[in-house]
Structures are given as structure tokens and as C-alpha cells.
Design a protein around this ligand. Structure first.
Ligand code: ATP
Ligand code: MG
Length: 436
């Protein structure tokens, strides 16, 4: 197992100073799984001020109260945290006090899951007092200690648990899973920003769908809007799954891009709110995309998503059920509103939505192939679908005598005419048209 040079140097320097030091947490877990660790954490018997003194001027007191010093070398940084024991918890998130200790075992005891509580020394010796290695081998996520206590102490661990299960592809051990369900409502105590971070990671995990399927009631704590989907019978021959299962299959069929996965999860969330049955006993959901869009907007605002991310997901949900005719004109129009990147995401979403329907209706894939071919060709041909690409600009319009908001209006109209094939995107032609 290879610890990178810059981390080795930190471990060594602490040892040379007579302190214990180990890599710990996610980096050791990922190393053992043959994955590339994202960040490196070191745990040490050195007190924070000792670490600070040892690594000045490369040491930064990023979390002294919890014993954390960040040691950087310009490119990379490592969090070096003093062995600690957490005191009682009152806010279900952060310990009221922490006590530094000289015991590695005590430090490992405060960590959330056994697979995150393994320490690795410079000598290659692994310290695993809570059975993380067998759990890693068996693909099991298990709390260190009593799960009931651990989730009550810090409810963020509930979301971390689901996230690790999804990203590592692990099962959640039975007692841990039961405690997650039992204490799920404590998620209300957790900052939504934290929940959002974990949710995005969960959604891009390879086993996101399995975890969502197993724990809808946990997601339902902050997003109760999903619960009516679960088990909602569509009563329509296009569908072989209820709304929730259909949505999960859609999630499964899009690539692991958080916005796309989220749009797939929410695209039909409005369905239970507009269900009707016709005289033949067939279920319909007229106008569901607009309701889904509004619900998605509220849900994403609640999680305090960035405007950019929220607007994109909402647009994808809004557009998921619109037919985009396979013509240059309509693809250009879609390009104008969505841009290339988002239109490609939309096509992926539409594919997934279709693949999650009854198999006999999946012939629609060929129509999406056609749309994609047209899209590629238009982009190859440098087709004009935005004001930036138009052969005239605002200054040209001013030269013709247009003023203020008129300028934008004329340009818009010219662009629409170009997109619709009524005018060619050539300067002289557009200037002549603008004069009229
Ligand atoms: P990632 O791959 O996301 O970095 P990680 O396991 O390294 O996963 P971090 O948030 O970087 O997660 O935390 C590093 C280590 O600190 C964890 O492996 C775990 O041992 C401990 N830890 C982090 N958050 C908690 C928590 N809320 N409760 C208990 N231990 C935690
Ligand atoms: Mg980490």
C-alpha cells in the first residue's frame, strides 16, 4: 500500500519528534479498496500546538478547537488531527467538547463507520480494533459502537451512511440500517447544505438506486415530496413500474452526473398530483411535467442548491416530456434555449425515461438517435443558434438607428428568422432585413 511521499514526510517528522502518527479514515479505506484516495488525513498523538510548531510555516490552524492543523506544501495539503475523544453531543451534530488523548484506539472509537476507523502507520502496520478490514472485505457498512448512540450523537452520519453505501457499493449492516431508520427524523437538525453535499455524492454513486430503493423514508425527511411516488400505480400500458420504480430505473439509465441523476429522480414527481382515469380505465397524468418542475424547484431551494444547479435541473424536468421534432429548426430552437451541454443532458434524460418504460415502447430510442445526429451535424456546420453567432451585433443595429431595448428585440427577431430558415446568417442579408 502506497502512501504518497508528501504524506510520508509528515508522518516521519511527527515520529522523529517522538509522536505517534498514522494515516486514517477515508484514505486508508480507499487504499485498501484499490481506489485512489481523494484526500489524506493523519491522526497523531502530537497536540495541535506541537504540530503547529513542527510544521511552521507550512501549518495552518484550520480547526484547532477540534485538534486539526492543515499542513500544506503548496500543491497538496493534509489534515493532521490530534487523537481525540468526543464529549457529549447536544445539537445532534457537533460534540460540545473534545478531549485530546494519547490513545489511538480512543481516537478510532469516535469515527463513524468501522471501514473509516482503520489506521495505517509508516511501517505498513495496520491498526484495526473495530473490525473494519473484515467489513471492507464483506462490503459491509457498520457503525463503530452502538448505532443508536452514534446516529443520535451526529445525525449527519445517517446521510454519510447512505452515501458510502451508494458510492462503495456496500450493504448497510442490519443494526446500523435499523438505527438509520429509527433516527431518520434527526436529519431535521442538520444544516441543509450538509445534506445536499451528501445527497449529490449518493446520487452519483454506483449503487445509488439500490440505496434510494431501500431508504425512501430517509430521503423523505427533507424531501417528503418523493413519498407519494412510492407504490403509485400508473395504470397505463406504457408503464410496467409504479412512479417511484420508474424514476429509479430512469436514474439507473443516466450517467453518474449529479444534476442528471437528480432530474431523473424528480422528473415525474408531479404525477401523483394530476392522476386521472379515463373511461377505458387508463391512467393519465396530464400536465405532470409542469407540476414536477414546480415541486423540483421548491425542493432544490429547500436544500439551498446554487441557482445554477437548481435552474438546470428544473429546466431538464420541465423539458423531459416535450417532444423535440427531429428537424434542424426545432433542434436549433432547443439549442438556443438550452445550449449544447444541457440539450445533450436532456437527450440522455429522455433516453433514460424511455428505457424505464414498458419494453415495447422503447423504439423511441431511434428517434433520439436521430435528434442526436441532427444536433451533431448542426454543431459541425457551425449552425447559428445564439446571438453570439449572429452575423450582426448591437453596434450594427445602433448604426441603423435603433436605440435601447429595440436593439435586443431586433436581434432576437433576426435570430429567430435565421433559426427558422427564413434568413441566411449573412451580414448583408441581416442588415437589409433589419432596415425593414
Ligand atoms: P471522503 O471519501 O468523502 O473523503 P472520508 O471517510 O475520508 O470520505 P471525511 O469527511 O474526509 O470522510 O472524514 C475523514 C474521516 O473522519 C472519516 O473517514 C471518519 O473516520 C471521520 N469522520 C468524518 N466525519 C465524521 C462524522 N460525522 N462522525 C464520525 N467520524 C467522522
Ligand atoms: Mg476524506
Amino acid at each position: 500500500m502506497k502512501i504518497p511521499q508528501f504524506v510520508q514526510e509528515i508522518l516521519q517528522k511527527l515520529q522523529d519528534d517522538g509522536k505517534e502518527s498514522y494515516c486514517v479514515g477515508g484514505c486508508v479505506r480507499d487504499l485498501m479498496l484499490g481506489r485512489v484516495p481523494e484526500d489524506w488525513d493523519v491522526t497523531t498523538s502530537a497536540l495541535p500546538e506541537e504540530t503547529m510548531a513542527l510544521f511552521t510555516p507550512r501549518a495552518f490552524p484550520t480547526g484547532l478547537r477540534h485538534g486539526t492543523v492543515t499542513v500544506g506544501n503548496g500543491h497538496q495539503s493534509v489534515e493532521v488531527t490530534t487523537f481525540r475523544r468526543d464529549g457529549t453531543y447536544q445539537d445532534h451534530r457537533r460534540p460540545d467538547t473534545v478531549q485530546f488523548t494519547r490513545s489511538l484506539k480512543e481516537d478510532l472509537a469516535r469515527r463513524d463507520f468501522t471501514v473509516n476507523a482503520i489506521a495505517l502507520g509508516l511501517d505498513g502496520v495496520v491498526h484495526d480494533p473495530y473490525g473494519g478490514i473484515p467489513d471492507l472485505k464483506n462490503g459491509l457498512l457498520r457503525c463503530v459502537g452502538d448505532p443508536d448512540c452514534r446516529f443520535q450523537e451526529d445525525a449527519l452520519r445517517i446521510m454519510r451512511g447512505l452515501r458510502f453505501a451508494a458510492t462503495l457499493g456496500f450493504s448497510i449492516e442490519a443494526n446500523t440500517a435499523a438505527a438509520i431508520r429509527k433516527h431518520k427524523d434527526l436529519l431535521n437538525k442538520i444544516a441543509v447544505e450538509r445534506i445536499q453535499v451528501e445527497l449529490w455524492k449518493l446520487l452519483t454513486g454506483k449503487d445509488a438506486v439500490r440505496v434510494l430503493r431501500e431508504f425512501p423514508e430517509v430521503i423523505g425527511v427533507f424531501w417528503p415530496e418523493i413519498l407519494p411516488m412510492v407504490g403509485f400505480d400508473q395504470q397505463n400500458f406504457h408503464h410496467i413500474y409504479d412512479v417511484w420504480e420508474h424514476s429509479l430505473h430512469a436514474v439507473d439509465h443516466v450517467p453518474p452526473v449529479a444534476e442528471l441523476r437528480c432530474a431523473a429522480l424528480l422528473h415525474d414527481i408531479g404525477k401523483p398530483h394530476c392522476f386521472t382515469i379515463d373511461d377505458n380505465g387508463l391512467g393519465h397524468f396530464y400536465g405532470h411535467a409542469a407540476i414536477s418542475k414546480d415541486l423540483a424547484d421548491v425542493m432544490l431551494r429547500r436544500l439551498k442548491c446554487s441557482n445554477e444547479v437548481r435552474e438546470r435541473i428544473v429546466r431538464l424536468v420541465d423539458w423531459h416530456d416535450r417532444e423535440i421534432p427531429r428537424t434542424d429548426k426545432s433542434i436549433n430552437r432547443a439549442l438556443r434555449i438550452l445550449g449544447e451541454e444541457e440539450l445533450r443532458l436532456l437527450i440522455k434524460l429522455k433516453r433514460a425515461d424511455n428505457l424505464a418504460q414498458a419494453p415495447e415502447f422503447q423504439g423511441w430510442q431511434q428517434e433520439l438517435d436521430k435528434a442526436e445526429l441532427i444536433l451533431n451535424r448542426l454543431l459541425d456546420e457551425d449552425s447559428c443558434f445564439s446571438l453570439k453567432q449572429l452575423a450582426v451585433n448591437g453596434r450594427d443595429m445602433m448604426a441603423l438607428g435603433y436605440q435601447g431595448p429595440e436593439i435586443g428585440k431586433v436581434l432576437d427577431r433576426l435570430l429567430n428568422q435565421v433559426i427558422d430558415g427564413e434568413l441566411q446568417n449573412q451580414r448583408e442579408i441581416l442588415l437589409t432585413a433589419a432596415k425593414k
